[in-house]
Design a protein around this ligand. Structure first.
Ligand code: GLY
Ligand code: MN
Ligand code: MN
Length: 485
C-alpha cells in the first residue's frame, strides 16, 4: 500500500478545520447563552459595591418534591445564576471583598462548591457540569465538590459583614452527604448563623446590592430579554389568529406554550394565566380549567422564559372576534390608563407619577361610566399596582421609586368587575388587563412587547386573520372509533 504524503494530510486537516462536525459531534445546543465574561463582570461589579471586610454568600435553591419520588423541574436561584452561571442544585458560591490566598499561595476572590459528578445519578437526571466543567465553562478558578466545604478553612467571625439571603428552613436531608442540607448546616456551624441574627448577617444589604445590579440590564441580558418578550408576543399573536369560542382555557394555554417552545424558550416565567369571562377577575388564575371560553373576553397573562429571562405580557381579547360596547368601554379605559402612564416614563422619572396617572384615568373613567360614584372607590375594580421590574424573576429585584435608563418594567393597569358587584349588571364578568414590557431610555421608553396587537381595532383585526391552526385537526383513536377534534 502506498504511503499518503504528508502534504495531503495537511490539506485534509485544513479542510476539516472549517468543518468542526468532522472532529467533534455537534451538540446542537443553543449558541446564545450568556458567556463567562458576563458572569465575571457581574461578580466584579458586586465586589465593587461590597463594604470592606465582607463576604457574599449564595446558596442554590432547594429541589422541591412534586409527587412521591418525583421532583418539580428544577429552577435555579436567579442570584446564583446571575453571579456564576451555575444552574444545578446543591451548590454554594462565596464572593470575597478582599482577596484570599489558598494553600498553594494563589490569590482568589471567589469560590464555588458544586454537586459532584456521579455516573449513576447522571443516568437518571442528566449530565452534571462538575468541577472541571465549571472551571472551563464558568471561568471560576476555585471550584470544588460540595463535600470540600466541610473542611474549607474560612473564619466567618473575621468578616464585618456576611451578605446573605434568609436561609431556607425546610430543606430535606438527602442521602448525599454534600447536598444543600449539609452545605447549609456546615455554613450555620462555621458562621454561627441563627435565623434571628441581625447586623453582621445582612440580608437587607443582600437585597440592596443584588437589586442595584439586577435592575439595570446589560446589553447581553437585553438580547435574551428581548427574545423572551418577542417570543411571547408571537405566541399571543398566533393565539389571537386561532381563537374561537369553542376552545378551552387549557387549549389556549397549550397553544401559547407550544409557540414558546417551537421558538426555543425553555418554559414560562410564571404559571400561565388564561381566564375567560369572570375567571379573568382572579388576578393570578392558573387553573385554566374552563372547557369552553365562549363569547366573553379572554384574559391571557402569559410570558416565555428564555435562557432564564422572562417576559410578562397580558392581552385581553374578545373570543368571538368583536368587543361588545361594554367590553370596548372598559378596554378603552385600560388602554388610556396605559397610555397616560407611558407618557411619564423616562430616565429619572418617578414611578409614582406613572402609577398616579393610570389610577386617575381609571378612576375618572369609572365615574363617567357610572360604575363607581366616587373616584376613591377605584381600588375596588383596580386592586393591584401598575408594574414591576422583569428579568431573571418575573417580579425582578430592585426598587421602583426612580426609573433609570436600562431598567425593564411592566405597565399593567386592569379593571375587574366580578358578578354581583355594586354596579349595573351589564358590566358584570368583564375583566381587562393590558400588560406591556418597556425598556426605559434617556428620554422615554421602548415598548418591547409592541409586536402583540394592543389597540382594540388591531386586536379585532388580528383575530380576523387566518391561522395555520384553523385547518389543524387532531384525529385520535377512541374506544368507539376515531374522532376528530
Ligand atoms: N404575571 C404576573 C404579573 O403580571 O405580575
Ligand atoms: Mn406583571
Ligand atoms: Mn403578568
Amino acid at each position: 500500500m502506498r504511503r499518503i504524503p504528508a502534504f495531503y494530510w495537511l490539506i485534509v486537516l485544513l479542510l476539516a478545520s472549517f468543518s468542526p462536525s468532522l472532529f467533534a459531534q455537534e451538540d446542537l445546543l443553543p449558541t446564545d447563552y450568556l458567556g463567562k465574561d458576563f458572569y465575571a463582570g457581574r461578580r466584579a461589579a458586586l465586589r465593587a459595591g461590597m463594604p470592606d471586610s465582607s463576604v457574599a454568600v449564595f446558596f442554590a435553591y432547594p429541589t422541591r418534591n412534586f409527587s412521591n419520588d418525583v421532583d418539580y423541574l428544577y429552577h435555579p436561584n436567579p442570584d446564583m445564576y446571575y453571579f456564576s452561571g451555575y444552574k444545578e442544585p446543591h451548590s454554594l458560591l462565596l464572593v470575597f471583598k478582599e482577596p484570599r490566598t489558598d494553600s498553594a499561595g494563589i490569590s482568589y476572590t471567589e469560590i464555588l462548591f458544586v454537586q459532584k459528578r456521579n455516573a449513576q445519578a447522571e443516568q437518571w437526571t442528566g449530565k452534571r457540569m462538575g468541577v472541571e466543567g465549571a472551571r472551563e465553562k464558568l471561568g471560576i478558578d476555585h471550584v470544588y465538590n460540595g463535600e470540600a466545604f466541610k473542611n474549607y478553612s474560612v473564619d466567618f467571625s473575621a468578616f464585618k459583614k456576611i451578605i446573605v439571603d434568609k436561609l431556607p428552613a425546610d430543606v430535606a436531608n438527602g442521602y448525599d452527604k454534600a447536598d444543600l442540607y449539609d452545605l447549609l448546616e456546615q455554613f450555620r456551624q462555621k458562621s454561627g448563623y441563627a435565623a434571628n441574627n441581625t447586623g453582621r448577617f445582612d440580608n437587607r444589604l443582600y437585597y440592596e446590592l443584588t437589586g442595584k445590579l439586577r435592575r439595570i440590564k446589560t446589553p447581553d441580558e437585553m438580547a435574551l430579554l428581548r427574545k423572551a418578550v418577542e417570543i411571547s408576543c408571537q405566541a399571543h399573536t398566533e393565539v389571537m389568529k386561532a381563537i374561537h369560542p369553542g376552545m378551552s382555557e387549557l387549549e389556549i394555554q397549550g397553544l401559547q406554550e407550544y409557540v414558546h417552545k417551537k421558538l426555543g424558550a425553555e418554559g414560562v416565567g410564571y404559571g400561565s394565566i388564561v381566564g375567560s369571562g369572570e375567571n379573568g377577575c382572579v388576578l393570578h388564575y392558573m387553573e385554566n380549567t374552563k372547557t369552553r371560553i365562549g363569547n366573553s373576553l379572554l384574559l391571557m397573562d402569559v410570558g416565555a422564559e428564555y435562557h432564564g429571562y422572562t417576559a410578562d405580557v397580558t392581552r385581553t381579547v374578545p373570543a368571538d372576534g368583536k368587543f361588545s360596547p361594554e367590553e370596548k368601554a372598559i378596554y378603552e379605559l385600560v388602554y388610556q390608563a396605559q397610555e397616560a402612564a407611558f407618557k411619564t416614563l423616562r430616565n429619572g422619572a418617578r414611578f409614582a407619577d406613572a402609577s398616579n396617572a393610570a389610577r386617575e384615568t381609571i378612576a375618572e373613567g369609572l365615574v363617567k361610566l357610572g360604575i363607581i360614584q366616587d373616584k376613591k372607590e377605584v381600588n375596588k375594580y383596580y386592586p393591584h399596582g401598575l408594574g414591576h421590574h422583569i428579568g431573571l424573576d418575573v417580579h425582578d429585584r430592585g426598587g421602583m421609586e426612580t426609573l433609570l435608563k436600562d431598567m425593564v418594567i411592566t405597565i399593567e393597569p386592569g379593571i375587574y368587575i366580578p358578578s354581583n358587584s355594586n354596579c349595573d349588571k351589564k358590566w358584570w364578568g368583564i375583566a381587562v388587563r393590558i400588560e406591556d414590557d418597556l425598556l426605559i431610555t434617556e428620554n422615554g421608553y421602548e415598548i418591547l412587547s409592541r409586536l402583540a396587537p394592543r389597540k382594540a381595532e388591531d386586536v379585532e383585526k388580528m383575530i380576523s386573520q387566518k391561522s395555520a391552526l384553523d385547518d389543524f385537526k387532531l384525529v385520535l383513536p377512541e374506544p368507539g372509533g376515531k374522532k376528530a377534534f
